[in-house]
Write a protein of this length. Structure first.
Ligand code: AMP
Length: 281
C-alpha cells in the first residue's frame, strides 16, 4: 500500500498506473461498511485507492468535527487485509491551502432531507469529492447507500459536471441488531448501541407494511415515528417518504420508487438510515 499525503505524490502515482482505478473516499474510523466498498473496488478494478480525510467543510459549527473518530493506525491495519494500492490521507493545508475560495454545490437535491438540518453539508461534500475526483482520476468510485442522499447528490454532480467516472452504489452494512454501521456509533455505549436497533426495526416493519399494500405515506411515517419514539433515548429529526430520484416528498404512493429515510438523535448521536421501495400496483 503506497502511503500518500501530498498531492504531487498522488499525481505521480496516478500517472504511472494503468488499467481501471477504483476509488473509495472515506473520513476514516473504518468499519465493515467502508471495507465492503474496498472489497467491491478490489473485485471490480485493477487498482484501488482509498482516501481518509475528515473534511471540515462538510461539518456545521455545532457538529462534531473536533471529536470525530480519528485512528489512522487502526485504519491502516484494517486496509492491510485488502488490496489497496494507494492510501491518500492529506492534511487540511493540502486540501484547503490559505486563500482557498472555490466551492462546488448542487442546488436541487442538496437542500432537501439532510440539507434542511445541515444546510452547508452537501456543498462541503461536493467540493471535496470533486477535488478528490480530480486528484485520483478514478474510473470507478464506490459509495454506500447508507448515505442515500449523498449518493444521489454525487451522481447528479457527476452527470452535471461530466466527470467520466462510474459511480457504484453499495448496500448498507449493519450490526447484528440491524443498526447501520457508522463511525459515529463509537459515541454510543454498548447498551445504547443495542437500543439503537429500534431505528432499523422501525424501518423493517414499515417495509413490511408497504409490502402488505399500505399506501398512506402519513400512516407509514406515523408508524415509523411512533416505533422509534417508543425508545426514550430517541428524538426524531425527520421521517420522509420521497420520490427516490427527486427526493420530493411523496403524497400518494402509486407506481413509483420511493426512498424511505429517517434521521434521529439517539443519546448524543445523530443517526440516519433508509430503504428503497418500489410501488407496483
Ligand atoms: P464516511 O467515512 O462516513 O464519509 O463514509 C465513507 C463511505 O462509506 C460513504 O460512501 C458511505 O456511504 C459509506 N458507508 C458508511 N457507512 C456505511 C455502511 N454502514 N454500509 C455501507 N456503506 C457505508
Amino acid at each position: 500500500m503506497n502511503m500518500i499525503t501530498k498531492i504531487d505524490e498522488l499525481r505521480k502515482w496516478r500517472n504511472a498506473v494503468s488499467g481501471t482505478v477504483g476509488f473509495v473516499p472515506t473520513m476514516g474510523g473504518l468499519h465493515d461498511g467502508h471495507l465492503s466498498l474496498v472489497k467491491a473496488s478490489n473485485d471490480t478494478c485493477d487498482n484501488t485507492v482509498v482516501s481518509i480525510y475528515v473534511n471540515p467543510a462538510q461539518f456545521s459549527p455545532n457538529e462534531d468535527l473536533s471529536n470525530y473518530p480519528r485512528d489512522l493506525q487502526t485504519d491502516i491495519e484494517k486496509l492491510d487485509k485488502y488490496s489497496v494500492d494507494a492510501l491518500f490521507f492529506p492534511d487540511d493545508r493540502q486540501m484547503y491551502p490559505n486563500g482557498f475560495s472555490t466551492s462546488v454545490s448542487e442546488s436541487q437535491l442538496s437542500s432537501k432531507l439532510e440539507g434542511k438540518s445541515r444546510p452547508t453539508h452537501f456543498a462541503g461534500v461536493t467540493t471535496i469529492v470533486s477535488k478528490l475526483f480530480n486528484l485520483v482520476n478514478p474510473t470507478h468510485a464506490f459509495f454506500g447507500k447508507k448515505d442515500a442522499q449523498q449518493l444521489r447528490v454525487i451522481q447528479k454532480m457527476v452527470t452535471d459536471l461530466n466527470f467520466d467516472i462510474n459511480i457504484i452504489p453499495y448496500d448498507i452494512v449493519r450490526e447484528t441488531n440491524g443498526l447501520a454501521m457508522s463511525s459515529r456509533n463509537k459515541y454510543l455505549s454498548s447498551e445504547e448501541r443495542r437500543r439503537a436497533g429500534i431505528l432499523n426495526e422501525a424501518l423493517t416493519k414499515a417495509r413490511e407494511l408497504l409490502g402488505q399494500g399500505e399506501r398512506s405515506t402519513e400512516k407509514v411515517k406515523r408508524f415509523i415515528s411512533d416505533k422509534i419514539l417508543s425508545e426514550p433515548l430517541s428524538k426524531i429529526d425527520y421521517v420522509s417518504i420521497a420520490d427516490h430520484m427527486t427526493l420530493d416528498e411523496a403524497s400518494d404512493l402509486v407506481q413509483s420508487d420511493v426512498l424511505v429515510s429517517v434521521a434521529i438523535f439517539f443519546a448524543k448521536v445523530r443517526l440516519i438510515d433508509n430503504f428503497e421501495f418500489m410501488i407496483r400496483d
